[in-house]
Design a protein around this ligand. Structure first.
Ligand SMILES: [Zn+2]
Length: 242
């Protein structure tokens, strides 16, 4: 993973403003991974994608997260401070834990791969459950013999769907929270794409303001200003402010 130049990150931000979160996630990674294309990234499992986004986040903005949650019981505000290491999961990315299910005296065994961005896009266009499960099934068996996915009983199908959304741990990071006021405990989903994108938006607004100030004072072009290191940019901003 390479660090993204300021000009490239601004381009990603500009294009991504009108795009859905899954496209933003892949655009950020495509800018940081020169050997990967947008299309090839769309075939990554969501956990692998989110692990790479965590690494990118460390490069861009460091490894500490600060966030605020509201207690669902008493509405107290809870400040959270954690690091990328706290939410990084160590696991194999190419296959989910197998699903074993007994139904009407038959033993069903299904092996699934993790969901990818491509799957989410296809499923949004065609939300039929067994089409989704068929896409991601590596192998399905009844009593040891291969079985077409559309012959899986409904409860096995439901189990497969549940596993898809819950068994890719890096794609489903839950923060365990305890309210300091009332002691209520709950879990909150942490979505790295949402968090990182909001930081990119804040960064872009500040960077454009800096370009504006330096261009006004020194007459430099946007690309000249963006090619300065952040240390030099800050130094010139201080001098410009007098
Ligand atoms: Zn509370």
């Amino acid at each position: 993973m390479v660090s993204i130049a300021a000009a490239d990150l601004l381009n990603v931000w500009e294009r991504g403003r009108a795009e859905p979160p899954y496209v933003r996630a892949l655009r950020l990674l495509a800018a940081a991974l020169p050997d990967a294309t947008f299309e090839s990234l769309a075939d990554w499992g969501l956990g692998r994608r989110d692990a790479a986004l965590l690494t990118l986040r460390e490069q861009l903005f460091g490894d500490r997260f600060n966030a605020v949650a509201t207690c669902p019981e008493c509405e107290a505000r809870l400040e959270m401070d954690f690091s990328t290491a706290d939410i990084r999961v160590d696991y194999a990315t190419d296959e989910l834990p197998p699903i074993s299910h007994v139904h009407d005296g038959h033993v069903y065994l299904v092996r699934l791969r993790p969901l990818t961005t491509h799957d989410l896009v296809e499923v949004a266009a065609d939300p039929v459950q067994h089409n989704l499960v068929r896409r991601v099934t590596l192998d399905a068996r009844r009593d040891g013999a291969p079985l077409p996915v559309n012959e899986l009983p409904p409860d096995v199908m439901a189990e497969c769907t549940r596993a898809l959304f819950e068994c890719d741990p890096q794609a489903d990071v839950q923060l365990a929270l305890t309210c300091p006021e009332c002691g209520h405990r709950w879990e909150a989903l942490f979505d790295i794409t949402t968090y990182l994108w909001s930081e990119v938006e804040t960064w872009a607004a500040r960077t454009l303001r800096e370009v504006h100030l330096l261009a006004s004072v020194y007459g430099w072009t946007e690309s000249e200003i963006l090619s300065l290191s952040s240390t030099r940019r800050r130094a010139y901003l201080q001098m410009a402010a007098g």
